[in-house]
Design a protein. Structure first.
Length: 261
C-alpha cells in the first residue's frame, strides 16, 4: 500500500488547517485562532491503534501536542510564503493524490470483498499446482554440454557427486555438495523439474539437462509426501493477494477509459 512521506503529510495537514473550509465546531485546540479538529486527533489515534498502540489519555495528549506543533510550523511556513513555492505546491498535490489513492483502494476493497467461493477456488488451484510430493535434490551446473557429460562419466566411475559439485557454477549450492533442499517441482524451471521427476531415489541424470541457466547434472536424494497448509491457515494471504489483483484490474480498467494525451 502507498505510504505518505512524513513531510508531505505535514504539508497536507498544514494546508487543511489553514483553510477555514475544514474548520469544525468541535475543536481539540486553537492555535492563533485556527482550530485543530477533534476528528483529526481521533484519526491519528485510530491509525496508532492499527499499529499496535493502545488508546489512552497519554497517547491522545501526545498526538494533540504533535498536531499543535504541526499547526504552528504550517502557519509559519505560510507566513514565509512557502506554501506558494512551486516545489511545495507540487508536494502538497502529490500528498493529496496519495491520500485519495489510499481512500480509493480502501473503498474498493470494502465494496468489492473477495467471496468465499473465490478463496476456496484459488486455494484448490494452488494446492493442485503444488502436487502431493516434495523432493530433495542435488545438481551440478556447468557451462557446456561437454562438461556435463564429463561429470556424468566421472559419476559412472564412482566419483562422489558432492565432491564434483564443488566446481558447480551455482555458487549458492556448490559448497553444500549441490544440495537444493526440499522443494516442489513447480519451483524449478520445467526442464529441470521434468528430468528430476523421471529419477528414482538415489539416481542421477545419465544425459545432460539444458535450461536457461546452463547444463545440469541432477541427482534425486529423496522424496516425501507434501504437507500443504490448510485453507484456514492460508486464507489471509489468499484474501490479500486476490484483493490486490482485483484492485490492479480496477486500475487497469480506469486507465483504459482515461483520455491520456
Amino acid at each position: 500500500m502507498l505510504k505518505i512521506g512524513k513531510f508531505a503529510a505535514l504539508a497536507i495537514l498544514g494546508a487543511l488547517a489553514i483553510d477555514p473550509a475544514f474548520a469544525e465546531d468541535k475543536s481539540a485546540a486553537m492555535v492563533n485562532g485556527v482550530a485543530i479538529p477533534q476528528a483529526r486527533i481521533d484519526l491519528r489515534v485510530k491509525s496508532a491503534i492499527t499499529q499496535g498502540q493502545t488508546d489512552s489519555p497519554e497517547l491522545r495528549k501526545a498526538i494533540r501536542e504533535d498536531l499543535i506543533n504541526v499547526e504552528v510550523m504550517a502557519q509559519e511556513a505560510a507566513k514565509l510564503g512557502l506554501d506558494k513555492n512551486a516545489d511545495v505546491v507540487q508536494q502538497i498535490e502529490i500528498a493529496r493524490q496519495q491520500v485519495l489513492v489510499i481512500a480509493f483502494m480502501q473503498d474498493y476493497a470494502r465494496n468489492h470483498p473477495v467471496g468465499e467461493d473465490q478463496l476456496k477456488q484459488e486455494y484448490d488451484q494452488q494446492k493442485a499446482m503444488l502436487g502431493d510430493k516434495e523432493y530433495s535434490a542435488r545438481h551440478i551446473l556447468v557451462e557446456t554440454e561437454a562438461e556435463a557429460r564429463d561429470i556424468i562419466a566421472q559419476l559412472g566411475k564412482k566419483a562422489k557427486f558432492e565432491k564434483l559439485a564443488a566446481k558447480s557454477r551455482d555458487t549458492g549450492t556448490a559448497q553444500r555438495g549441490g544440495e537444493l533442499g526440499w522443494s516442489v517441482p513447480r519451483n524449478y524451471v520445467p526442464e529441470f523439474a521434468n528430468a528430476m521427476l523421471n529419477l528414482k531415489k538415489g539416481e542421477y541424470t545419465r544425459e545432460p539437462v539444458q535450461s536457461k541457466f546452463g547444463w545440469h547434472v541432477i541427482k534425486l536424494e529423496d522424496m516425501r509426501d507434501l504437507k500443504v497448509p490448510s485453507f484456514e491457515e492460508t486464507r489471509p494471504k489468499l484474501q490479500q493477494r486476490l484483493q490486490q489483483q482485483a484492485i490492479r484490474k480496477a486500475i487497469e480498467e480506469l486507465r483504459a477509459k482515461a483520455k491520456v494525451e
